[in-house]
Design a protein around this ligand. Structure first.
Ligand SMILES: [Mn+2]
Length: 424
């Protein structure tokens, strides 16, 4: 989609200014006793998967305003991730949603992805919509449904998703359930939980031994009175009952306002039960806003717990993914901004002096503890993130490059102005 030489010349234009900023920061980091090569390696190696549904413009329940040039096939979705990854060198994975993204030819899909340095992250099942070829309806739930026929259908679908994932080299299944009730008395809380657990047991039995089951939770929507898996406690309860391969997935938007998400992250990692992460940002709920657009300090605090958890616990390796699909921006621009925000938060969290922090905690020195965190948060780490991307062959300014290379217009010319992303 773009000429590497053009990217190189765009970088050359920015290089002088970047170099000046980077030199300034290097001095600061060395002063703090940090090893810049280690930081660059850690930040560079951090890859965040792009979900196939984020490449199209999302909608609200009132309307959808597609951008044009959206990918209408799985091949095009992978190519879009390839463009993002070529620019930011940080998005080397795609997360597929079944049945929206069933490959027709596994080998061809794998070859295409390999050529673009893209891996297949967790596969996602869908029991929140009725499928055209099904005799069963998920209107009143899927894995929790009172009708065994519906539950069997939902279980079969999840097993099928695992089978697709095996073919592509995925290592995890993400289950998010829309199951719940919108009116008091509509269903039995205990009955719905027990049926969900038993359904998940059957799915869990189908997992290859090197796979993870990621159980996502959400407090409300689409059901408004109760959700079968409303919170991390319920997810953790299910994961604990299922076994070692089952873990909890934290989606930042799936919390009620003011929930202390960093505390949830810390505790789940302490129990070795945090499996994955869905990044987005929100003002109210599941708003699907660009990561870091509203609450960058919270994102940083979450990363502080993640960094400490990765160093100090035996929590398994995490699946990192963006989960957002908003209705205003060019989806690719939104994703570039989201990934950049994630890397900035991660980089800042790597700068925290955790030994000093622990010392302040043991002294009950509250002001010093706060200062240690804020000191790291207030450092402008953008040159560090940019340098890590530049060294891997990416763009010093990914969003600027995306615009200068005129990628959206090229996509519109190739795919048409009316091309809409499938699945949304
Ligand atoms: Mn999610």
């Amino acid at each position: 989609m773009f000429d590497r030489k053009k990217l190189k010349s765009l970088n050359e234009v920015m290089l002088l200014e970047h170099q000046r900023d980077w030199d300034f920061l290097v001095k600061k980091l060395i002063q703090k006793g940090l090893d810049t090569d280690t930081l660059l390696d850690q930040i560079g190696a951090f890859q965040i998967a792009i979900p196939s549904w984020a490449l199209g413009t999302g909608g609200t329940r009132f309307g959808r305003f597609p951008q044009g040039g959206e990918p209408s096939t799985l091949e095009d979705k992978i190519k879009d991730v390839g463009i993002i990854h070529a620019l930011n060198q940080s998005s080397g994975a795609i997360s597929l949603h079944i049945p929206w993204d069933i490959p027709k030819n596994y080998k061809a899909i794998e070859n295409l992805a390999n050529g673009l340095d893209i891996k297949f992250d967790a596969v996602n099942s869908n029991t929140f919509q009725d499928q055209i070829d099904s005799n069963h309806s998920y209107k009143f739930g899927s894995l929790c449904h009172v009708d065994v026929g519906v539950r069997k259908e939902a279980i079969r679908h999840n097993k099928e998703v695992i089978d697709h994932g095996i073919q592509l080299g995925s290592k995890a299944l993400t289950v998010w359930l829309a199951d719940g009730s919108s009116f008091a008395g509509q269903h039995s809380f205990r009955g719905a939980f027990q049926r969900t657990l038993e359904s998940l047991e059957e799915i869990y039995d189908h997992l290859p031994s090197d796979w993870k089951l990621l159980i996502e939770y959400k407090p409300f929507e689409p059901n408004f009175y109760s959700m079968v898996i409303p919170d991390w406690g319920t997810s953790h309860l299910l994961a604990s009952k299922l076994g070692d391969q089952a873990t909890t997935l934290v989606d930042l938007g799936h919390h009620l306002p003011n929930t202390n998400i960093e505390q949830i992250v810390a505790l789940l990692m302490h129990l070795n039960k945090l499996g994955g992460f869905h990044f987005n940002d929100s003002k109210y709920g599941d708003d699907d806003l660009t990561v870091g657009a509203i609450k960058p300090y919270q994102l940083f605090l979450i990363f502080c717990e993640l960094v400490q958890g990765m160093r100090e616990t035996s929590n398994p390796e995490l699946s990192w993914m963006i989960d957002a699909s908003h209705n205003l921006k060019d989806p690719m621009e939104d994703l570039l901004q989201s990934v950049e925000s994630i890397k900035i938060a991660y980089a800042r969290a790597l700068l925290v002096d955790y030994d000093r922090l622990k010392a302040t905690q043991s002294q009950n020195d509250v002001a010093a503890a706060q200062s240690i965190l804020q000191e790291a948060f207030r450092i402008d780490v953008r040159p560090l993130v940019k340098e890590s991307i530049y060294r891997r062959g990416g763009a010093i300014d990914a969003l600027g490059a995306y615009r200068s290379l005129d990628i959206r217009n090229q996509l519109m010319a190739a795919r048409g102005h009316d091309s809409k992303s499938t699945g949304l």
